[in-house]
Design a protein around this ligand. Sequence first.
Ligand SMILES: NC(=O)c1ccc[n+]([C@@H]2O[C@H](COP(=O)([O-])OP(=O)(O)OC[C@H]3O[C@@H](n4cnc5c(N)ncnc54)[C@H](OP(=O)(O)O)[C@@H]3O)[C@@H](O)[C@H]2O)c1
Length: 250
Amino acid sequence: MGILKDKVAIVTGASRGIGRAIAEVFAREGAHVVICGRKQDTLDQVAREIGPAVKPVVCHVGRIDQIESMIGTTAREFGRIDILVNNAGTNLAHGPCLEMDEAQFDKMVEINVKSAFRLVKLVAPGMCDRGSGSIINIASMSGLRPQVHSLLYSMTKAALIMMTQSYALELGPRGVRVNAIAPGLIQTALSEYYWRDQQRSSELFARQPIPRIGQPAEIAEVALLIASERGSYMTGQTVVVDGGLLLALL
Ligand SMILES: NC(=O)c1ccc[n+]([C@@H]2O[C@H](COP(=O)([O-])OP(=O)(O)OC[C@H]3O[C@@H](n4cnc5c(N)ncnc54)[C@H](OP(=O)(O)O)[C@@H]3O)[C@@H](O)[C@H]2O)c1
């Protein structure tokens, strides 16, 4: 029997990469998983590949109407939401800090931070009413250490980590756990710039205690622990899953 049997989960940004891996692992463990992204055909393809436990729903997490519609669809079909994974994120504004403009600032905040705020506001009340729920925010090690040319990404991920702690403090007494995962370099489309170039990646991994790139499934198994009852005494934490890279940067 799966450890998420009959749980209902929403995983944002699950048409590829880390989100898709989380959806796969949750489905393997018996959950019903609503996956979202911006494109119907890629979501449908993922749903076909993972199986009937997955329900694809198009939702741009920067649009409140689409978020409301996804929550409504989930509530109508499954009656409740037990697990929320705020995974969708972007790194569209990469470059020297003084070259960042207000439009980039707003976009990064909207997708990486405000989306989580909006989703928690809609999902957490039901969890509080039932006295049970697990919310997982996918942050980044960049939210714990600054990186050159990563002002807006680091800033938004740091905000997500503090949101995690603030929600955990208030929602814990109502039965809702809120945690974050801070991945290091994971092999996905988002991080291609860092791993595609052989020289850049070998320099990075030479210093890392586990000297290789991480895989999306290695984040998904940690998300499973936090989402399930096995993580029942964890809240407000940011679990760093980075092959030890942060240690090497100290
Ligand atoms: N990969 C890494 O090394 C790494 C490290 C630390 C943290 N992270 C974090 O992990 C999370 C997942 O990243 P990833 O590496 O798996 O990225 P990815 O492979 O690029 O996947 C991103 C997913 O998010 C969806 N998405 C993007 N913008 C969206 C939006 N506005 N609304 C709804 N869905 C949206 C994408 O689908 P569509 O394009 O079809 O919408 C896709 O399914 C992000 O929060 C990222 O910051 C990644």
